[in-house]
Design a binder for this molecule. Structure first.
Ligand SMILES: Nc1ncnc2c1ncn2[C@@H]1O[C@H](COP(=O)(O)OP(=O)(O)OP(=O)(O)O)[C@@H](O)[C@H]1O
Ligand SMILES: [Mg+2]
Length: 331
């Protein structure tokens, strides 16, 4: 298991290798995006979005499948051409200064077709050859706990190991701004935590991270700022704690039922401030848990539905998404 010390070691190697530093003359933002738009045929994948990421921040773009996360990211990385809009990446305008900007960013793509017939080490060295002052291959592999896999063919790595190798490839140039598109998708809990630590170590070194995820808990835990994207539009953008505080809902009661209950049956209760029912899963917001419990039990008697797997919790980012869209992210 990778410890913090390993990342510090990597940090030392990385900073002495390239000597790149964020100077005081640079602007406060690592990325500024204005009115970015892209359609595929009749599908408006990205619909006029604007946002900025402060230097040194961990920024998380969250949203359901097909919301436009990858399209947004790939336009900023210079891989897809926007229909319209402005992008300023590390004080460089795109697409005019893309060549220079590319030297300073690291990109992990969502679907990486890795060269399966190379070994992990060979693949890292291939990517290192694209840059003037690459980080030593061993340090890059160590950062994702693959130091023992250098001589193994990529095709013989597990899915999770390939995923981590894709993250490693984004680190070979010690980027100022790291793009990670669902870096923890498909990883087991331990590997997920390792990627989290890697992301946090970037922040400790004053680097900027732009990531996407499906996991609201991950976004809430890791990021300084979260933007929620839905149907190509950013519908909320703030620090996670501000987004949750903005809900102004003290407690959440969640349970499943065995019959087709509806939102209205619950939102009519005096103790319930809001209710969402999806696939027989009921989410209730209340400021009075006790009273709400009594109300729910009474209702279960009168409508004769079963209550299963009841949970009590504090509101989370997931609830912000439900409030804004009337849907659950994990639908
Ligand atoms: N190359 C393409 N051609 C046509 N439509 C596309 C293409 N790429 C994406 N789309 C469509 O654009 C929309 C946004 O897709 P995008 O991949 O950006 O979403 P996403 O938020 O990254 O989703 P996911 O969480 O599944 O990765 C979707 O409706 C998708 O079907
Ligand atoms: Mg995507």
């Amino acid at each position: 298991m990778l410890e913090y010390g390993d990342h510090k070691h990597l940090a030392h190697c990385l900073s002495t290798e390239t000597g790149q530093r964020v100077g005081p003359s640079m602007s406060e933002h690592a990325l500024i995006v204005r009115n970015l738009t892209k359609s595929y045929g009749s599908v408006r994948a990205v619909d006029g979005i604007s946002f900025a990421i402060r230097r040194g921040a961990i920024f998380c773009l969250v949203g359901p499948n097909g919301a436009g996360k990858t399209t947004t990211m790939e336009m900023i990385e210079g891989l897809k051409q926007p229909d319209s809009g402005e992008i300023v990446l590390l004080d460089m305008r795109l697409p005019q200064e893309l060549g220079r900007a590319k030297q300073m960013i690291g990109v992990q793509l969502q679907t990486t077709g890795l060269f399966e017939r190379l070994t992990a080490g060979e693949l890292v060295n291939l990517f290192r050859s694209f840059y003037a002052r690459p980080v030593p291959a061993a340090d890059v592999l160590k950062a994702v706990s693959l130091e023992t896999k250098s001589d193994q063919l990529v095709s013989q790595l597990s899915g999770g190991q390939q995923q981590r190798l894709a993250v490693a490839l984004a680190l070979v140039n010690d980027p100022e701004l790291l793009f990670l598109d669902e870096p923890t998708a498909g990883l087991d809990p331990q590997a997920r935590r390792e990627v989290w630590r890697l992301i946090q170590s970037m922040k400790q070194r004053e680097k900027t991270v732009f990531m996407t995820t499906h996991y609201m808990d991950e976004a809430e835990k890791l990021s300084d700022e979260v933007a929620i994207i839905d149907y190509g539009k950013i519908i909320a953008h703030d620090a996670p704690r501000n987004l949750v505080a903005g809900l102004n809902k003290a407690n959440v009661i969640e349970f499943s039922t065995d019959s087709d209950v509806t939102d209205n049956q619950f939102s009519g209760l005096r103790s319930v401030s809001a209710a969402t029912v999806l696939n027989k899963n009921v989410v209730l917001y209340t400021t009075d848990v006790k009273e709400c419990l009594v109300d729910v039990l009474n209702l279960s008697q009168s409508l004769s539905f079963e209550i299963k797997d009841m949970q009590f919790r504090n509101p989370s980012l997931e609830d912000v998404f439900i409030e804004l869209t009337g849907r659950m992210l994990r639908e």
